[in-house]
Every structure is written in C-alpha cells, then in structure tokens.
Design a protein around this ligand. Structure first.
Ligand code: NAD
Length: 499
C-alpha cells in the first residue's frame, strides 16, 4: 500500500499554485472584477489555493477567445483532431499519478479510486472519441434521377459546459472529448467546490490544443454559470448538476433556442431478488459488493444505488451480510491506497448529508450502521467525513425520495416481481438502477421495465465510454458517452444537388 505525500508537503508529486486565474485563449487571465475565492481541501478542511471569481465580463472574454478559435479548429480534419485528442490522452497517462493526487486533494475522494477509475476512464474517453470521429461518415443518397442528397456533419461552433464537483476531471472530460472531437470550441465552468484539479490538468495538456479552443472560467453558479448558459453567443449548453439547476438552464437556453444536454439527479434502485442468495458463492459475493456501491465515491455519484430493494425470502440474511460488509469499508487518509472511502467534497455537502440522516431518524427509519459524522485523527480532524450509513424504512419516506448525495442507502423489502418494479419506479428520477438475479429472464425483464436510462444487470457502476448514459424523467435530457454524442455536438448540413 502507498501513502502519497499531501500537496504542499515534502515529497508531493503535485504542486498547486497559490492562486488560479481563468484560462482564456491559452493564457491565464485575471478576473475582470479582481475577486478570488478560497478553496479548501475536503481532506483537511484547510484552504490550499484561491481561485478567480468569474463574472459575465470574464465569460464574454472567454467566448471572444472561443469564437476566434472555433472556425480554424472546426475546419481541421477528423484525423487531425483525433491526433490531438490521442496526444492529450497520452499526456494524461504519463501524469496519471499526479492527476489522481490532485483530484483527491481537491475533491476528497480516495486515491485508489482516482488512480483506478476516474483517470483511466477519462483517458479512455479521449481515445474513444478520437476513434469515433475518424470513423464518422456522412451520407449520400440518390433521391431521384438528377437529384442527390449529401449529408455533412458540421461543428456547432462555441459551446458552453457546466460541471459539478463529484468527479471534477471525469465530468469535464465526458463533455470535452465529444465536443472537441466534433470540432467545437468550448467554454467550461467547473464547480466552485472543486476548481483546482482541472487547472492541474490544463497545465499538463493545455499546450496541445490551439489557443482558444478550450477556455475555463471559474466561479459560482449565478455569477459565472448563468451568463455562460444564457449567452446568445453559444450554440449549445451541456450541464451536469442538480435537477433544480437543470430547470434554470433550460429556461436560459430557451431564450436563445439552443439545445441542452442535462445530466441531473437520481435516486437509483438496486433490486436484489431471492435467488441471489442460493449459496455462498461468487455471485452472492458480487451482489453484496453491488450493494456497497452506495458508498463508492462517498455516495457522491448521480447513479448512487441509494435505494436497495430486497426480496422477502432473503431479506434478513442479505441485510445482515451487507451491514457486516459495510462496516468493513475503510475510512482513512484519502491519499492512502488502503482507504476505500474518503471525504465528502465540501462542508455544505457534509452538513446536507447529516441533516438527511436526522430527517431519516425523525421519519422513523432505523439506522442499521453508521449515522454519524466520522472524526478522523491528526490533520484529518477537520476534514469532511461521514460514516457509511444504512437505513431501513419505507419508500414513501423523504430519505427514499430525495437525493442525499452521500454514503447513505435506504433499504426496503418487496414480496414479488410486480412489487419490485412498482417500488423501483416510484420516484421522480430515472437515471440508474441495478438488478440482481440468477434467472436471466427475470433480470432482463426487470432491466427493461425499470424506467431508467442505465440499468446494470448483475453488476453495478461500470462506465465504459461506449455505453450511452443519461436520464429518464427528471434525471435529464439527452445522453453522454457513446458515439451518438458526436451528433449532439454537430449540425447536420444537407446539400440537395441537381445535376
Ligand atoms: P449544482 O446544480 O448545484 O451545480 C452544478 C454546476 O452548476 C456548478 O458548476 C454550479 O456552479 C453551476 N450552477 C449552479 N447554479 C447555476 C445557475 N443558476 N446557472 C448556471 N450554472 C449554475 O449541482 P452540484 O451540487 O454541484 O452537483 C450535484 C448534482 O449533480 C447532483 O444532483 C447529482 O446527481 C448531479 N450529477 C449528475 C450526473 C449525471 O450524469 N446525471 C453526474 C454527476 C452529478
């Protein structure tokens, strides 16, 4: 096991700057209003850098730079853009450990996750879209004698992207890779809670892209995000965040009639049928592990399996086994590769989770394990840690219906298949779901009948770039990942030619 040195201490492989400006036109640019905000690490609760506090003027400057760069970038061939994206991926891979440590320090998540999942997935995303854009073809149809239809893909131009704090680098790359591959210039606004790791990424890859193709404006939602999303100069807004903010983004976009991609909240059901417990074998073990995914990334995952539905026949045994397994989750220093669960991303998020734990108790739900703030020793004493928590209750309770976005799972029982589907679909959300059964027919049917954009069948939380991801119901509009994303960042031009 390895313990990486904390940034700012001897032996660290990452050195953050004390201050980050906006990244506009390939350069660091001070904020027009001269204001900065402090950025603490969730690991220790201590401020480690300050970051430009963006406003409408900064957004305008970034859009100027993007407009300047978009035409030339849009005219490059797919092969040229693919080469750039592949070089970006190579550079990230060469600096994987430094990026992983930076991400952990800024967000609080365990470095074993950033090393094994966040960064490898982000790197693969660039490579995947580099391949997709090279393979993309237009179309030619003979409509009639002497009449031919040509279809071309064209970039949209300048696009805006706004991301949350739970996977800062990966969420940025999910949006950047298809947008850049398609030939667009981007203005990206990171979340104010995790603004720093993206700048470490820029210091590693910034020189590979022509100036102005990728611009980053830091800052808060209303001050910097709103001017970006409501600008009449962008051709699309892609947003990941809360459903309530998603509603506002749609309103802004409607003024300018631009397309939106919205990746919003979730309250994902994880459904365990009786037959998972037929014997103590590897399938059962996988199902238990699938349950504990509620604590992956400290539960700060939009598809967190935050509702577990367990069939009556195995209810007591399964719940006993998962409670015992949850107690084995290792909370410790996020920069230690033995740690399996790190810190929540911000103090506000910590408070929100603790308030939901109170709400659950007040509603009469039973705490089976956890239920408290976790106080770690030494430098970590002021960090934002919560115990992984299992509640037993009823699907009508607020802890079953509202997104907590923390390591909290609410468990209930069901009697038969119809009951399972009814409870699973009794939510405003429809982002992710899990189904566990040895009966392929049951698992497949449940996967089709649960109203969610992504259903993991006998696994949970794989995110391959090739698999379309997005929400039903109030979990969003549009998809991310998958080559279809290129279409979402392009116009289709039709030439109807007589000859
Ligand atoms: P949030 O909506 O508060 O903030 C997200 C981003 O939007 C931030 O960059 C923020 O500054 C910006 N923002 C806030 N108000 C804005 C406004 N009025 N105009 C423009 N921008 C504004 O969400 P959050 O708390 O940062 O993130 C957590 C949420 O994100 C959860 O609901 C989670 O489910 C969701 N999420 C969804 C996915 C997905 O793919 N569906 C992935 C990750 C997170």
């Amino acid at each position: 096991m390895t313990r990486y040195a904390a940034p700012g201490t001897d032996g660290s492989i990452v050195s953050f700057q004390a201050r980050y400006d906006h990244y506009i036109g390939g350069e660091y640019v001070a904020p027009a209003k001269g204001q900065y905000f402090e950025n603490p690490s969730p690991v220790t609760g201590q401020v480690f850098c300050e970051v430009a506090r963006g406003t409408a003027e900064d957004v305008d400057r970034a859009i100027d730079a993007a407009e300047g760069a978009a035409p030339a970038w849009g005219r490059t061939s797919p092969a040229e853009r693919a080469n750039v994206l592949n070089r970006v991926a190579d550079r990230m891979e060469e600096n994987l450990e430094a990026l992983a440590v930076a991400e952990t320090w800024d967000n609080g998540k365990a470095v074993r996750e950033t090393l094994a999942a966040d960064l490898p997935l982000a790197i693969d995303h660039f490579r995947y879209f580099a391949g997709c854009v090279r393979a993309q073809e237009g179309g030619i149809s003979e409509i009639d004698e002497g009449l031919v239809a040509y279809h071309y893909h064209e970039p949209l131009g300048v696009v805006g992207q706004i991301i949350p704090w739970n996977f800062p680098i990966l969420m940025a790359v999910w949006k950047l890779a298809p947008a850049l591959a398609a030939g667009n210039a981007v203005v990206l606004k990171p979340a104010e809670q995790t603004p720093a790791s993206i700048h470490v990424l820029l210091s590693i890859i910034g020189d590979l892209l022509p100036a102005g193709v990728l611009n980053v404006v830091n800052g808060f939602g209303v001050e910097a995000g709103k001017p970006l999303a409501s600008s009449p100069r962008i051709r699309k807004i892609a947003f990941t965040g809360e459903t309530t903010t998603g509603r506002l983004i749609m309103q802004y976009a409607s003024e300018n009639i631009i397309p939106v991609t919205l990746e919003l909240g979730g309250k994902s059901p994880n459904v365990f049928f009786d037959d998972v417990a037929a014997a103590d074998d590897s399938f059962y073990d996988k199902a238990l592990e699938g349950f504990t995914m509620f604590a992956l990334n400290q539960g700060e995952v939009c598809t967190c399996p935050s509702r577990a539905l367990i069939q009556s026949g195995i209810y007591e045994k399964f719940l006993g086994d998962v409670t015992e397994r949850t107690r084995r989750i290792v909370q410790g220093h996020p920069l230690d590769t033995a740690t399996t669960m790190g810190a929540q991303a911000s103090n506000d998020q910590l408070e929100k989770i603790l308030s939901y734990i109170d709400i659950g108790r007040q509603e009469g739900a039973k705490v089976l394990t956890g239920g408290e703030r976790a106080r770690l020793d030494g430098d970590l004493a002021e960090g934002y840690y919560v115990q992984p928590t299992i509640f037993e209750g009823d699907n009508k309770m607020r802890i079953f219906q509202e997104e907590i976005f923390g390591p909290v799972v609410s468990v209930t029982r069901f009697d038969d298949y119809a009951d399972a589907i009814k409870i699973a679909n009794d939510t405003l959300y429809g982002l992710g779901a899990g189904v566990w059964s040895r009966d392929g027919g049951v698992a497949y049917r449940a996967g089709r009948e649960i109203q969610a954009g992504r259903v993991w069948v006998n696994n949970y939380h794989a995110y391959p770039a090739h698999a379309a991801f997005g929400g039903y119901k109030q979990s969003g509009i549009g998809r991310e990942n998958h080559r279809m994303m290129l279409d979402h960042y392009q116009q289709t031009k039709n030439l109807l030619v007589s000859y």
